[in-house]
Design a protein around this ligand. Structure first.
Ligand code: ADP
Length: 685
């Protein structure tokens, strides 16, 4: 950008860029004085462009050297708005162009339009300033904020202080209120409690009133129903009252007159003196209380002696008897019961048998002297205990069994067992246990009578031992005898004398009979001493029956023995022992029935059992004997059986054997018509 000036400062020309910068044309400025073309902006009072340019130009004219100027504001006239200027910044320099003689031909003004740069700088500066200002403001604000903050904090502290105080105050107040509340509640509670108590008392009162009324009517009823007689006497007026019951007790009719002495006159002569003495004592002042006596009276109407319980009291006023009243109750029935129970108690006390009563739960309620003697425990030690205390460990199951039988209403009689005494001794006892019933028939307890049978048991044991020993000793010669008979039999079989074989045969039969008897005794002794053993095996019962029939038939019986029916049943049992049961039943059938009569045998299977029956047409058995024929040594006593030999052990042994097989044995019989003996054995081993 350049402008060419003449030495007298007229514009010769300008470059295009220059013209562009001043927004003008060459024609407008050419030939004009520089300051005419470019005057100062009159709107800027302190504009110094003309002055500065002129100074620079004068410097160049004088020194003829190039002169640089600092950046200047030098606004240019706005061609489109006359009188107005466009803001411009320049960095002008003036360069002289010299001619050959060294004189100035032209001056070239070089300039760059730096307006935008300056403006940008100014804007930047301004923004810097503004920023600084803003920063300053922010700082101020910050300071203000800090100050406010501090104030706030202070205010907060004060507030929290206040708050604390407030809270404290509130807490105190709350506590006070709560306390007040509690007190109020307590008062309330007390009031409620008092109220409740009052209600309760009222209810109680009402209840008591009701009870009083009830008991009054009950008393009236009781008096009427018990027949309690009441009487009253007022000595002052001589007034005398006897209730109807009182008259009834004394046998005095309604129309018969009464006086104070009536009572005394009716007292039994044997009781009269001591009773009246007692009553008179009560009439003396200063003696507290009345009398209560039991004595006899004699009824007026029929002279009957009755027992009465008499009670009486005297009411005094200033030591003077004012009212005399009392009751009389006929206790004759009670006295009789008392006497009876005293008699019974005496019997129980003096009994040699232990008599113990217990509940259905086996709790002992009474214990007599004999029980103490027998078992060593005192009544104090045993009452309240259970019977189990007396039962040895291996027999404990007996008690529930006995109790269940009792509950069914059965009585257990002569149950032989063992009980244990206090010193540990085992005692053989026979128990008879029966239910105790109330008057309605309900079982309310159990009576236990225990008899000490130790001695009897010892006797039996001794007897058994003796029988065992004798039988054993007898067996030896009998075996020899049997052997000799057999030898004789072979030797004399062919004897011409017909008597000999017959005699031998009979001798043999007798030996067999004897041997059966001895075996029976041996078995008994074994059984009693617990030495009998059951050796079971499987066999067909029918075969065994046939064997027995064959054996019996060998003894030359004159009866028709018939096996009527026989199921093919295998049983598990001791063959030898069942053999002896059958032998016994068959030989009895033969023994107790007339020659030539029928003996019928049946053997049937039913309900998991085999049932064997042996029927005869003989003597039969009377009902009273039927219950005993299975007892040891029991024989029916009659003119018809007297001549039939036996020891009463066959059925006893048979029953024992069958029982040991868990079977049953019984008899059906009609006296004079015959008997059927049955036994059953379970099929399952
Ligand atoms: P024993 O026959 O040796 O007397 P048992 O024990 O075999 O002994 O029999 C006991 C009693 O039963 C006999 O004394 C008899 O009176 C009676 N008795 C047994 N079997 C019969 C029967 N079949 N008929 C009638 N009475 C019998």
């Amino acid at each position: 950008m350049y402008l060419v000036l003449s030495p007298d400062l007229y514009i010769l020309t300008a470059s295009d860029l220059y013209l562009e910068a001043i927004e003008s044309t060459r024609e407008v400025i050419k030939g004009k004085h520089i300051f005419e073309a470019f005057p100062d902006n009159p709107e800027l009072p302190d504009a110094d462009g003309v002055q500065n340019i002129n100074t620079s130009l004068q410097t160049v004219l004088r020194t003829k050297k190039i002169h640089y100027m600092p950046v200047q504001r030098y606004d240019v006239p706005d061609r489109n708005n006359p009188g107005k200027f466009i803001q411009r910044y320049w960095d002008p320099s003036h360069t002289p162009v010299l001619d050959d003689e060294g004189n100035i031909s032209y001056i070239i003004q070089l300039a760059t339009n730096v307006t935008d740069k300056i403006r940008a700088e100014q804007a930047l500066l301004k923004s810097h300033r503004e920023q600084a200002e803003t920063t300053e403001q922010i700082k101020d604000l910050n300071n203000e904020l800090i100050a406010t903050n501090i104030q706030l904090r202070e205010a907060q502290q004060q507030l929290s202080l206040l708050n604390g105080q407030l809270e404290q105050r509130v807490a105190i107040r709350t506590r006070e209120l709560a306390q007040a509340n509690e007190e109020q509640a307590a008062v309330n509670e007390e009031m409620v409690a008092t109220n409740e108590e009052l209600t309760e008392i009222q209810e109680h009162l009402e209840q008591t009133n009701r009870e009083l009324a009830a008991s009054a009517s009950r008393l009236r009823l009781a008096v009427e129903s018990t027949g309690l007689g009441t009487w009253e006497y007022v000595p002052d007026t001589g007034e005398l009252y006897w209730s109807k019951e009182c008259r009834d007790i004394f046998g005095i009719e309604r129309y018969q007159p009464l006086d104070f002495g009536t009572y005394n006159r009716q007292i039994h002569p044997e009781d009269h003196d001591w009773v009246t003495a007692h009553i008179n004592t009560c009439l003396k002042p200063g003696i507290e209380g009345g009398y209560e006596l039991s004595h006899r009276i004699i009824r007026l109407n029929n002279g009957e002696v009755r027992w009465v319980k008499a009670q009486g009291t005297v009411e005094f006023e200033n030591e003077v008897p004012m009212r005399f009243l009392g009751t009389v109750l006929d206790i004759t029935g009670l006295k009789q019961v008392e006497e009876q129970s005293a008699r019974l108690a005496a019997i129980i006390t003096s009994s040699d048998d232990a008599i113990i009563s217990k509940t259905l739960e086996s709790v002992i309620m009474s214990w007599n002297d004999a029980a103490q003697r027998m078992f060593g425990y005192t009544a104090d030690e045993m009452i309240g205990e259970t019977m189990y205390k007396l039962i040895p460990t291996d027999r404990q199951e007996e008690e529930p069994m006995i109790l269940s039988r009792l509950k069914r209403g059965e009585r257990v009689e002569h149950f032989e067992t063992k009980r244990q005494a206090k010193d540990g001794r085992l005692i053989d006892v026979s128990l008879t246990i029966s239910p105790i019933n109330d008057n309605k028939g309900n079982i309310i307890g159990v009576s236990n009578i225990a008899r000490d049978i130790s001695e009897r048991k010892q006797d039996e044991a001794r007897k058994n031992d003796f029988i065992g020993m004798v039988s054993h000793e007898l067996k030896t010669p009998l075996t020899s005898l049997s052997a000799i008979l057999q030898v004789l039999n072979t030797k004399l079989k062919r004897s011409k004398d017909g008597f000999v074989p017959e005699a031998l045969n009979r001798a043999n039969q007798q030996v067999k009979k004897m041997s059966t008897m001895i075996n029976g005794f041996l078995n008994i002794s074994r059984l009693e001493s617990g030495k009998i053993q059951i050796d079971k095996q499987a066999f067909i019962i029918g075969d065994l029956i046939k064997e027995v029939i064959a054996e019996i038939s060998l003894t030359g019986v004159a009866h028709i023995i018939e096996l009527q029916s026989c199921d093919n049943v295998v049983i598990h049992a001791d063959r030898e022992k069942i053999f002896s049961v059958l032998t016994n039943l068959l030989s009895n059938a033969v023994k107790y029935s007339p020659k030539g009569s029928n003996v019928l045998i049946n053997c049937n299977q039913q309900d998991g059992k085999v049932l064997v029956s042996v029927s005869d047409e003989g003597l039969g058995i009377r009902p009273e004997d039927r219950d005993h024929i299975f007892d040891r040594y029991y024989r029916v006593e009659s003119s018809r059986t007297r001549h039939i030999s036996g020891f009463g052990i066959g059925l006893y042994l048979s029953a024992e054997i069958i029982q040991r097989h868990d079977g049953e044995i019984w008899v059906d019989s009609k006296s004079g018509k015959g008997s059927t003996f049955y036994f059953s054995l379970p099929l399952q081993p």
